[in-house]
Design a protein around this ligand. Sequence first.
Ligand code: G
Ligand code: G
Ligand code: MN
Ligand code: NA
Length: 253
Amino acid sequence: LQLEQDLRQALKSNEIVPFYQPQVCARSGRIVGVEALVRWLPLKGGIIPPDEFIPIAEETGLINELGRLVLEQGCYQAKQWLDSGHSVRMAINVSAHQFRQHDFTQTVAQVLEQSQLPPSLLELELTESVIMSDAEENIARLVELKSLGVSLAVDDFGTGYSSLSYLKRFPIDILKIDRSFMCDVNSALDDVAIVEAILALAESLKLGVIAEGIEYTSQIAILKSSNELLLQGYLFSRPVAAEYIGPLLSQNF
Ligand code: G
Ligand code: G
Ligand code: MN
Ligand code: NA
């Protein structure tokens, strides 16, 4: 309860800020996107990771306010980078609670309008479990969101237990291969097989792929894909404050 009050206060006093982690195009070595990963920076110092407050935000409904804040800041930030000559797609994590709000699509439309960010530069990340929770109702919601012109990505792909047939029926653009499959790509042949299967699946369904958790160059070698492939992980950068992203945008990785 104390934590809930603290979080409520933190939202008001700008202690909740998105950090950003680069997504690098495997072909060009350029940063073409970032994922917004929220942080709590208490005034007294330190840094609280999302695992310690997102669950409370979810339970108390504060996730809607928090989610809107991250969406707004992310869109305004991406617009700033665009205005400075860097086209960077902003990926925003959407929680189950947010996705189920009846006015979620309107909120996204509003934020796009206010920030003047081209919708093609916004990507919404949804987990498999959120998407599959109520498949029929969710298709309508996804179609609604797609009609705004944004991209839709499946986060933590491969960790759910859902049937793959939804990928054909749902207006999904991108699969994010969960980092658990990238961990020991050198040693674990099973993981290599899974990654290869996901790449083949994405290729035949014409979906983009983002490989998460890239920490070593050796992990990139097995990622052979003819589709657009993006790489995300500590090898390139940890999630960092916006000011640290700017200089990276001119860099070749
Ligand atoms: O960033 P790590 O950096 O520790 O993030 C931990 C978890 O918190 C991840 O599962 C991530 O999806 C989630 N998360 C980070 N930022 C947000 C956010 O803005 N909204 C939601 N719903 N989840 C987030
Ligand atoms: O659940 P989601 O995929 O949204 O969250 C991504 C999580 O993975 C965040 O906590 C982020 O900080 C973390 N992360 C990003 N890159 C790496 C990496 O290279 N290695 C590890 N172990 N974690 C990473
Ligand atoms: Mn994510
Ligand atoms: Na993920």
